[in-house]
Design a protein around this ligand. Structure first.
Ligand code: CA
Length: 232
């Protein structure tokens, strides 16, 4: 049993049917909302564990639903968007969404995204609030000492690499957009220079990943950004 309650916000009948059949077959509970206003109402009255949110809603912009929910809750939100809504997807992540699925998606993709989010939830719950040490697989970050270790060996990171690593760790499980990362690490002084970000990321990965061909810790989302995955 999953015992998780999922709020499904979707106005398209066929997508809704696919999602609810998948959730039912995998022992998730769910509630349905056909539009943004109902979604906000159901989110606040039922406090679901995860929200699956279609971005193209009949009554309001999906990003406004996210901003509303984020003003009072950190509940994980996975947005569902059509390929033509790529910029909306990035806007939704910047508004506070955790992850995204692009239509058309398979049942396996949907379940995989739910599992990633569940792992993030369990990580959030197991970590004591205000803890100064982050542990993920062999990676350990000691925030108060300002250093990181891999299998107990200290990683020799530049200040920017360390900042990047901490940002990803503090948001483990969430997809962070290029713009968000650059804003957080370099502040407003930086132009949208994705190429440079990629260079710093490659340098960080070289030190962090044992196999750069199939990275364990940092996942690339082409055209979108990066995410730190929970490693067992
Ligand atoms: Ca729709």
């Amino acid at each position: 049993m999953n015992n998780l309650n999922i709020l499904v916000v979707e106005d398209d009948q066929s997508v809704k049917n696919l999602m609810t059949a998948t959730l039912k077959a995998n022992d998730y509970d769910y509630i349905l909302a056909p539009d943004g206003h109902t979604a906000i109402l159901e989110a606040s009255s039922h406090n679901p564990d995860i929200v699956l949110l279609d971005l193209g809603l009949p009554d309001m912009d999906g990003s406004d639903v996210i901003r509303n929910i984020r003003s009072w809750s950190n509940m994980p939100i996975i947005v569902i968007s059509a390929r033509s809504e790529d910029s909306d997807k990035i806007g939704a992540l910047d508004a506070g969404a955790d992850d995204y699925l692009t239509k058309p998606f398979s049942v396996d993709e949907l379940l995989a995204r739910l599992r990633v989010t569940q792992r993030r939830l369990s990580m959030l719950h197991s970590e004591s609030a205000g803890s100064s040490v982050f542990v993920n697989g062999k990676l350990k970050i000691d925030y108060s000492a300002g250093c990181a270790f891999l299998a107990d060996e200290e990683l020799h990171l530049t200040p920017i690499e360390y900042k990047l690593l901490c940002l990803l760790a503090k948001n483990a499980g969430r997809v962070l957009t290029h713009a968000y990362i650059m804003q957080e690490v370099w502040g407003g002084s930086w132009e949208n220079d994705v190429l440079s970000l990629r260079v710093f990321m490659a340098a960080l990965r070289k030190k962090l990943e044992s196999d750069e061909g199939s990275p364990q810790y940092i996942q690339t989302h082409v055209g979108v950004g990066y995410r730190m995955l929970k490693v067992d």
